[in-house]
Ligand binder design. Sequence first.
Ligand code: THG
Length: 367
Amino acid sequence: MALLSPSRRLRRTPFSDGVEAAGVKAYTVYNHMLLPTVFRSVQEDYHHLKEAVQIWDVACERQVELRGPDAGRLMQMLTPRDLRGMTVGQCYYVPIVDETGGMLNDPVAVKLAEDRWWISIADSDLLYWVKATAHGWRLDVLVDEPDVSPLAIQGPKADDLMARVFGDSVRDVRFFRYGIFDFQGRDMVIARSGYSKQGGFEIYVEGGDIGMPLWHALMEAGKDLDVHAGCPNLIERIEGGLLSYGNDMTDDHTPHECGLGKFCNTHTAIGCVGRDALLRVAKEGPVQQIRAIEIDGPAVPGCDRWWPVTANGKRVGRVSSAAWSPDFDTNVAIGMIRMTHWDAETEVTVEAPDGPRAARVRETFWA
Ligand code: THG
């Protein structure tokens, strides 16, 4: 594929100078912003992520901030996950649905105060839906995109690196909780979360000006830990079953089809805009669902369109993400599979661009 032409519509991030100095080899575009995809190679980055620690420029995980007396009410209107038990200091992975129950985004919600939330979004223009909802219901809440850029520290040595910069107390932050930590006199929201299964943190960097000082401090502190610039890794995230909005699911899918039913409490999520629609579809149950799929043969090419999944010549689903996994010694994939074929170990055919491949549905890749 040809190169991307830079322009002001394709936003750089506060960390882009560091990413470039670290030798980024490829970008994608996410929320109209640069997102690195390769540093050394996808496979080298994958092995390093599982062994050491990486610093990820995930500034493209933009925040939609809700501020005001109706912030909590608005947040509950957006998601079928019941937020009543959520306290300040917690993060929740939340499906966001439209009035038909279709997925609009699958962000991380951060509760900063009763009247202040961040929605750390996946790749869709959620801001407009949230603004329109607030306006249409005449809610007393401000909705905007603040100057907040997540920086993820991921990998088995993430705790050691973070402790050197923020102190040992950062080790006590629990999964999907956050604490406030000082860096050069600035408050930073630091959560134990991130788009990998290797463990680590996400620093919500407020103010682009502090981005590069923080980047340099982490790189300097981690020299003997083999710290390296990294990015969400295609292979590792498929192995871990982490979904990618726009690739694995769109607004054509309900949370239940996406396997996100465990993050829905539709009966008690009073006020959720898609609640009635979701109650209807949840009663019947989904007829297709996201599945882990193992694809036989040599390394598959990149999956930049949906690959049909068939059985006896009939279409039973599609693959949306696929990669060769060195650790599992097979191709790992994520797809949407009809209920007739979604049971674990069901044999199917994946119509890859280089020809049909034997494949099978798996429970998960890691168990
Ligand atoms: N972190 C932050 N913002 C994000 C992402 C992130 N925005 C974009 C994108 N990633 C949103 N999608 C996801 C998908 C998966 C997870 C988080 C965001 C995730 N899932 C865990 C899992 O499925 O194992 C844990 C979910 C849970 O138990 O609550 O972490 O990564 N800030």
